[in-house]
Design a protein around this ligand. Structure first.
Ligand SMILES: [Zn+2]
Length: 167
């Protein structure tokens, strides 16, 4: 079973809380971008090229560049879910890199094949936390994300209506 949805918990929480500096859609979708390789390798070691800090950063930069022309679509999406959205090319690139880094750091403790510090083969994070415990952490972040989102979306609506009445 793909583990990707769990990642949306921590990513969603950090992306929302640091929304001023992070492009939320780029940061969130980075989890899908990085896990494409897991879907490509069905057997043996599934975490290869992109599940490292170094190549992950390169993938993140590319993802930020690819996402830049999509910024109007992201703005529309954010409007639909009642979140304000302001971005720039730099913000998108930084969010792409940070999004992939957060993803691989979460994957590293319970996947022996995540070579976080590639080209070094050391896996210092491996075994720090079990897969089931990491799932619990991710679910807790999911809950926190929903709470933060409800507050932010409510503020967005409040600001909109107050702007309308003052106009
Ligand atoms: Zn992964």
């Amino acid at each position: 079973m793909p583990y990707t949805p769990y990642h949306f918990g921590p990513s969603g929480f950090l992306g929302l809380v640091f929304r001023k500096y992070i492009d939320l859609p780029v940061f969130l979708f980075a989890n899908i971008v990085v896990d494409i390789e897991v879907l490509c390798w069905q057997h043996g070691s599934v975490h290869r090229a992109v599940h490292t800090l170094l190549t992950g950063a390169i993938a993140g930069i590319i993802w930020g560049l690819v996402a830049y022309p999509l910024r109007n679509i992201f703005a529309k999406l954010m409007q639909i879910i009642h979140l304000s959205y302001k971005t720039s090319l730099l913000k998108m690139i930084v969010s792409g890199v940070l999004g992939i880094w957060l993803h691989v750091i979460i994957d590293a403790p319970y996947n022996w094949d995540v070579r976080l510090f590639w080209p070094s083969r050391t896996i210092p994070l491996y075994g720090l936390i079990s897969k089931s415990n990491m799932q619990i952490v991710c679910i807790a972040f999911w809950v926190a994300t929903i709470v933060v989102y409800i507050v932010m979306a409510a503020n967005y609506r409040k600001e909109k209506t107050s702007r309308k009445t003052t106009d």
